[in-house]
Design a protein around this ligand. Structure first.
Ligand SMILES: Cc1ncc(COP(=O)(O)O)c(C=O)c1O
Length: 395
């Protein structure tokens, strides 16, 4: 058999699960297919779990992870803040009457219009990472406070967010002096050690380095730096191993305990909150046998809800409600493009047209990066409040 594809080793759940199957089937009967099912109960649980794991830290949801109005509504109800990076994200919040005061504008590079949009919206905290951006704020200096973003590269994070933004730690002091000379208030430092971090070691390193930098600056400053924004990076459980956020955050909490009590601590979580809160439900629209592989064509794919497999380097656990001999299979999306393949060389029991294929942990950087190639409509987002938690695979 011609078998050019490496074996897909993502978590795969097969076999009977009548409760789950009926739950998803009922949703499809009511709303059609494909769907993204947002479980508000899971989102609330995750928000509270992260709050409990980092009790001294104010959480600002990173809207970019999934800019859906229903998610904004729930975070708003929970009293969370919002990390925004564009006028589009501000207008989403405006629709929900979220005050700009509850936001931080974290895009380090902004056009003048974006700064003015932010100010009109009511945002007062802006992130910058170089002197050109600092100078852009001079006309608005009486109305803004700045967080300086520092770069801490992370080889182990799946998405290294310090590659594109952030000044080197040894540039911080000069930038603060420059800001002082320009009459701009630097409130503190921020960083993002990368998304989907394997462990908290980079957070810990960045916290203690920022601690030292802020202390050094504060020795001579008129207005001391007193805000530390520790970014995102809290992982999703793509392996379905039962992520323990308390354990993940323990070293971060210990590092934060070393900081002065009166500093204001902020985090910008995206992925950890929304990934487990959203489940993709797709239907097998067609099947064929080609070159020794069973091909299944779904009604959603890489140009839709599974776009994160391209842009976010994520692989989502799949579930089918069939059992039987597993055969090398290819799960493809609905467009005419051959890149539109969700899983290559995955061992699946035989599926039939009309079967459901469930994608778990699919709330972060999924719908956020979808396109409309072939003019195929988006998966419909439905909101539920259901005890169904994302599955965990016990070995
Ligand atoms: C500035 C900033 N803050 C927060 C986040 C959210 O990070 P995560 O989803 O890893 O929590 C991102 C992700 O791109 C980001 O760029």
């Amino acid at each position: 058999m011609n078998n050019p594809h490496p074996i897909d080793t993502r978590p795969l759940i097969t076999g009977d699960d009548p409760a789950a199957q009926t739950y998803y089937q009922d949703l499809v009967s009511e709303y059609g297919s494909p769907l993204l099912v947002l479980n508000g109960r899971v989102l609330k649980t995750r928000f509270k779990a992260l709050q409990a794991a980092l009790p001294e830290v104010d959480l600002y949801y990173a809207v970019k992870a999934h800019p859906d109005p229903e998610i904004i509504k729930i975070i708003d109800q929970l009293g969370g803040g919002f990390d925004i990076a564009s006028a589009g994200e501000m207008s989403l919040l405006l629709d929900h009457k979220v005050s700009g005061r509850r936001t931080i504008h974290t895009h380090p590079i902004k056009k003048d219009q974006e700064i003015r949009d932010g100010l009109r919206f009511g945002a007062t905290t802006f992130v910058i990472d170089n002197v050109h951006e600092l100078k852009k704020l001079v006309p608005y200096r009486s109305r803004v406070g700045v967080l300086l973003r520092v770069s801490f590269r992370s080889a182990s994070a799946i998405v290294d967010l310090s590659k594109k933004f952030g000044c080197a730690p040894d540039e911080v002091s000069e930038l603060v002096q420059e800001a002082n000379a320009l009459g701009i208030h630097v409130k503190g430092l921020s960083f993002h050690v990368g998304s989907q971090c394997h462990d908290a070691s980079k957070h810990v390193e960045a916290i203690s380095r920022c601690h030292r930098l802020m202390q050094e600056i504060n020795e001579t400053a008129n207005k001391p730096l007193s805000v530390l924004d520790i970014g995102g990076g809290f992982p999703a459980d793509y392996e379905l191993k039962g992520l323990d956020i308390e354990a993940f955050c323990m070293p971060i909490r210990a590092a934060l305990a070393e900081l002065p009590r009166d500093w204001h601590l902020i985090a910008e979580p995206g992925r950890y909150l929304v990934a487990p809160s959203v489940t993709s439900v797709t239907t097998v629209a067609g099947k064929s046998m080609r070159n020794g592989f069973r091909w299944y064509y779904l009604d959603d794919g890489i140009y839709g809800s599974y776009s994160g497999q391209l842009f976010d380097h994520a692989t989502y656990p799949l579930q089918v409600f069939r059992d039987g001999e597993r055969m090398p299979s290819i799960v493809a999306g609905p467009t005419c493009d051959s890149i539109d393949v969700v899983a290559e060389n995955i061992g699946l029991p035989e599926l039939e047209i009309g079967d459901l294929v469930i994608g778990h942990q699919m709330g972060a950087y999924t719908a956020a990066t979808k396109t409309r190639f072939n003019s195929i409509p988006d998966a419909r987002l439905v909101v539920v409040d259901h005890p169904q938690e994302p599955p965990v695979l016990v070995n």
